[in-house]
Ligand binder design. Structure first.
Ligand code: UDP
Length: 357
């Protein structure tokens, strides 16, 4: 049995890392195609090195264009990889242009697609990620859902039965495995001169927050008004927008380059609170039991809001952001365990191994 995995963006490297280890453990032959969507050393290479992901057999070098340009070029290149190297199954992750391109290229060549993190919905069709995930789910033959809510979303769209497998969340697996490792390896707190529990950690990268000048300025103003030391590992898109819009960076904000996963886990674990628009970081806050505010109007990870670990805050309202940050400090939610038992990657490998012996 052999698999081609298509990845291209940071969160996909982290998800693929744990599944690749599970593939190796049961002897599944995997080749990795990297589309090139994220290509900087600190957005890509560091994850392959640090997380021990097998080197990509193909690097397509596609990025920097519009959604249409990138997706189109990726489909064309992935199709020629698949034509030369017909795998039993193509595995795609999450909701980026690389996910959709991998799914479309494979399904039209009658190669089964397995979608890891299937069934997530924000119900906001203006998000490019929402379009990517809906279309990928409808192209996929095997849908690995992380939560009960995701299974329900699929059912509501007519996707049900044995093709849908509730396996848990591979990000939880990653957090358990690499979280334990981070303590012994990461020196990020010393390097940045940070005291445990004395700073907020923030990440901002969604187009809806970065591409609108007023929104981005409002978020920075909210951080300023919070009075906390806010550590912000800057996604390249966000850095580009701050510079292009000529926005003033408040003095309590520590802008740093994106960090590797082990440093990120360390920063998350010891933050007083986390403010983010990232899907992955919302969950990681919960895994480390750190209170979180999400700078979006909706979230795919609704269970964390319902249980009180996370709170949605309108990104266009600096006063609301500052208030939510001060109220978040020390807030504790209800204990829940919606993301499985930390064995999602093993479940995925096992199912694929059985389906394609
Ligand atoms: N992350 C990281 N370094 C950083 C910022 C984020 O390793 O400087 C990790 C983070 O811990 C999470 C993942 O990247 O596991 C989230 O990726 P991102 O926010 O880009 O995407 P999303 O989860 O929103 O799809």
């Amino acid at each position: 049995m052999n698999v081609i995995t298509v990845v291209g963006a940071r969160p996909q490297f982290i998800k693929a890392a744990v599944v690749s280890r599970a593939f190796v453990a049961i002897g599944i032959d995997e080749r990795i195609v990297h589309t090139g969507q994220h290509f900087d050393a600190n957005m890509s290479d560091v994850f392959f090195e640090e997380l021990g992901i097998p080197s990509p057999t193909q690097h397509l070098g596609i990025g920097g264009g519009t959604h249409g340009q990138n997706t189109g070029r990726m489909i064309e290149s992935i199709e020629s990889v698949l034509a030369g190297d017909r795998p039993d199954v193509v595995v795609v992750y999450g909701d980026t242009d690389s996910t959709l391109a991998g799914a479309l290229a494979a399904v039209k060549m009658h190669i089964p697609v397995a979608h890891v993190e299937a069934g997530l919905r924000s119900f906001n069709r203006r998000m490019p990620e929402e379009i990517n995930r809906v279309l990928t789910d409808h192209a996929a033959e095997i849908l690995f859902a992380p939560t009960e809510a995701a299974v329900e979303h699929l059912r509501a769209e007519g996707i049900a039965g044995p093709s849908v497998k509730l396996v848990g969340d591979v990000m939880y697996d990653a957090c358990l495995f690499y979280g334990a490792k981070a303590d012994g390896v990461s020196e990020v707190l010393t390097r940045l001169g940070l005291q445990r529990g004395a700073y907020a950690l923030a990440t901002i990268h969604r187009a809806e927050n970065t591409d609108d000048r007023k929104r981005l300025e409002s978020i920075l103003d909210g951080f300023a008004a919070s009075g906390c030391t806010v550590v912000l590992p800057l996604h390249p898109r966000t850095r580009g927008r701050i510079e292009a819009f000529g926005l003033r960076v408040p003095g309590n904000l520590r802008l740093i380059d994106p960090v590797g996963y082990l440093d990120m886990v360390m920063l998350e674990k010891h933050a007083r609170l986390i403010a983010t628009d990232s899907g992955g970081v919302q969950k990681e806050a919960f895994f480390h039991r750190v209170p979180c505010i999400t700078l979006r109007d909706e979230t795919e990870w609704v269970e964390l809001v319902e249980a009180g670990w996370n709170r949605l805050v309108p990104p266009g309202d600096p006063g609301a952001i500052a208030t939510a940050m001060s109220e978040a400090s020390g807030r504790i939610g209800r204990e829940i365990s919606p993301y499985g038992s930390g064995h999602a990657a093993e479940e995925i490998a096992k199912h694929l191994g059985e389906q394609f012996p």
